[in-house]
Design a binder for this molecule. Structure first.
Ligand SMILES: Nc1ncnc2c1ncn2[C@@H]1O[C@H](COP(=O)(O)OP(=O)(O)OP(=O)(O)O)[C@@H](O)[C@H]1O
Ligand SMILES: [Mg+2]
Length: 425
């Protein structure tokens, strides 16, 4: 369908931008932050951290930054920086050892897949075939490290009879890293979405477990990204202070950058010079503000609108008409949502108040919202949750505290309820 619009592919793909040459062209409005990121990675041995709201562009930013560092360090031999193209996540299920196994396997695979280039770039005098044997070992591939009875502490327990010793593999990768890099160089590993650990207490515990092992390894450089203040909160913990840097704040793109974003994608993906994007800069910016500056949600809506245009055979309008259609479509979407939700007046009042506050509140602030207990407020929050207008997430060190945040559908209804008045653009 994108060909009908005159483009090679989806202009509004919601996946993060990759760390490659095209990704570098697509990333707009982050020059200052990129400089800061690279200074932190190259100038310090501590873990670089990134903090920013959901869907703002953290993953894209760090992957492109890593790619630029890799490019700029070509020709620097063992001081080179390599980017591991897939970010890691710290999950609740994985132990520190599971995580280490994943990271080391990814590093080993990266070297094996790029052996020829890396051998000359890093003047690598290290045979990779023992690592290959490890990676092909079915026990290694399928087994969870903890299930196999290993601990980070050193001792190997189970599976000795099969000659399976994970620590042998770790030692081998350590030797590879030592022979590949000097003190300046390293492979850049990104831990993304730290907020999936839910509370900063858990996140802190997980990162502390890695502090003296993975985070201190010769030849590995770390970046940790997260949303909702979790990185900031963890970085200030006693045991991690001095090891985790102060986070780089990623804030929503400016109006100029949004304009640039659309134009850059048009240039990158157009099949002919006069191709007109289904959602041009004006409408994109409008949606971006309606959706509380969440770039991921904005792209999603732009994709949905494009699909609607295509389904209704309207791919060939000029920009002005498309802008008008977009506004009508957006209003129709919110009307359809509106007709389907059943929310009592008290909950609507709360919803409006949450939006006024910027979209996130804590139930412990119940008095501010006219409730005499957080229990009473909880009932109304549940109504909003059932209507998919907000989500509640655990936050902070205290398990009972939650954050209530408005989601995309909620912002669209907010737009409807405020009479489609345009938010400041
Ligand atoms: N600076 C940018 N220029 C152009 N497009 C961007 C930029 N930053 C992000 N995007 C686009 O916005 C979308 C969201 O970006 P990304 O996934 O990096 O955000 P995030 O903050 O990591 O989100 P999440 O909270 O979901 O992890 C992606 O589709 C990406 O292509
Ligand atoms: Mg992300």
């Amino acid at each position: 369908m994108w060909k009908d619009f005159g483009f090679t592919k989806n202009l509004y793909d919601t996946h993060p931008i990759s760390g490659n040459a095209r990704g570098e062209r697509l990333l707009v409005g982050r020059d200052k932050e990129l400089k800061g990121l690279k200074n932190r990675i190259t100038g310090f041995k501590t873990v670089t951290t990134i903090e920013g709201p959901n869907g703002v562009g953290k993953t894209s930013f760090v992957m492109v930054g890593g790619f630029q560092l890799e490019n700029q360090s070509k020709g620097m031999g063992k001081s080179s920086i390599l980017l591991l193209p897939e970010p890691f996540q710290l999950t609740l299920e994985d132990s520190a050892l599971d995580f280490k196994r994943k990271v080391y396997a990814a590093i080993a695979s990266h070297f094996i897949e790029n052996e020829k280039t890396l051998r000359s770039q890093l003047d690598l005098q290290f045979g990779l075939s023992p690592l290959e044997a490890w990676l092909e070992n079915p026990i290694f591939l399928n087994g969870s490290a903890s299930a196999a009875g290993f601990s980070l502490g050193g001792g190997k327990a189970a599976n000795e009879s099969s000659g399976f010793d994970l620590h042998g593999f770790f030692a081998l990768v350590d030797r590879l890293l030592k022979s590949a890099f000097d003190d300046e160089g390293g492979i850049l590993c990104v831990v993304d979405n730290l907020e999936i650990l839910n509370t900063s207490q858990v996140a802190r515990q997980r990162l502390e477990e890695l502090r003296d092992d993975l985070f201190a390894k010769h030849g590995i450089k770390w970046v940790v990204c997260g949303a909702r203040g979790i990185v900031r909160s963890v970085a200030s913990s006693q045991r991690l202070q001095g090891r985790l840097q102060e986070p780089i704040e990623i804030t929503p793109l400016s109006a100029d950058a949004i304009q640039d974003l659309v134009q850059t994608r048009v240039r990158e993906f157009r099949l002919r010079d006069d191709a007109i994007p289904p959602v041009g800069p004006r409408s994109f910016n409008h949606a971006f503000h309606v959706l509380n500056e969440n770039l991921r949600d904005t792209l999603k809506f732009c994709g949905d609108f494009s699909l609607w245009l295509s389904d209704s055979n309207q791919a060939n309008h000029d920009e002005e008409i498309l802008d008008e259609l977009f506004e009508i479509w957006l209003a129709d979407q919110s009307e359809a949502y509106m007709a389907a939700v059943n929310v009592p007046p008290r909950a609507w009042k709360l919803f409006d108040d949450i939006c006024e506050q910027g979209g996130s509140i804590s139930p412990s602030d119940h008095e501010e919202f006219g409730f005499n207990s957080s229990q009473n407020m909880r009932g109304q929050v549940q109504k909003l949750e059932q209507a998919d207008l907000v989500v509640s997430e655990l936050s902070d060190t205290d398990h009972r505290r939650k954050t209530v945040s408005v989601v995309a559908k909620g912002w669209l209804l907010r737009h409807h309820r405020s009479g489609y008045v345009k938010r400041e653009e």
